[in-house]
Design a protein around this ligand. Structure first.
Ligand SMILES: [Cu+2]
Length: 180
């Protein structure tokens, strides 16, 4: 099964590059093309995306991961069903987890955020994986990213590229799952 193929010893920062082939066989999420439907003027009331950041990739690596905070203060559950970025050839929603002491990653077809709750995408857990960067991004750069929801609505955010050493791990649920 796919999950067992994903099980590989991952080095911090290289997780994405090592699994590109396998992950490309994952469920087809919205995105991955360059059409990038623009719906940024459609605000989803009560749903807020903040702290969107991505550690700069090593030279020659066109794969990056995005971390962010997704808060659902709307009155209903929301389903994140896809991600898009015109700056990358492919986008995926992934979850990293520890299993038997190994880091594993698997595609997430849909992420439900219950009303009144928030979900933090953070190293060692949920992340948005972007592959095939159109250019090299350095700390201080940014690129657009669109989160697509089951309702058909979308939220566009600007992702800040940060120095990998400056990724704030902050106080979040995945702090015990840091790669080292
Ligand atoms: Cu990933």
């Amino acid at each position: 099964m796919l999950v067992s193929n994903l099980r590989s010893k991952l080095l911090a920062g290289m997780a994405c590059a090592l699994t590109v082939t396998v992950l490309s066989q994952g469920p087809a999420l919205a995105g991955g093309d360059h059409t990038h439907a623009h719906m940024s003027d459609q605000k989803m009331s009560g749903v807020v995306v903040s702290e969107a950041m991505s550690p700069a990739a090593a030279p020659g690596i066109g794969t990056m991961a995005v971390y962010l905070l997704l808060e659902n203060a709307s009155g209903a559950n929301v389903d994140l069903v896809g991600v898009e970025s015109p700056a990358f050839a492919m986008t995926h929603l992934h979850k990293t987890a520890m299993a038997d002491g190994l880091m594993t990653m698997e595609p997430v077809a849909q992420l439900t955020v219950p009303k009144g709750e928030s979900v933090r995408f953070a190293p060692g857990g949920l992340h948005i994986m972007l592959m095939g960067a159109e250019q090299t991004y350095h700390p201080g750069d940014s690129f657009p990213l669109t989160l697509v929801f089951g309702s058909g609505q979308a939220i566009e955010v600007e992702v800040s590229v940060v120095n990998p050493g400056e990724m704030p791990v902050g106080a979040h649920d995945h702090s015990t799952m840091k790669m080292n």
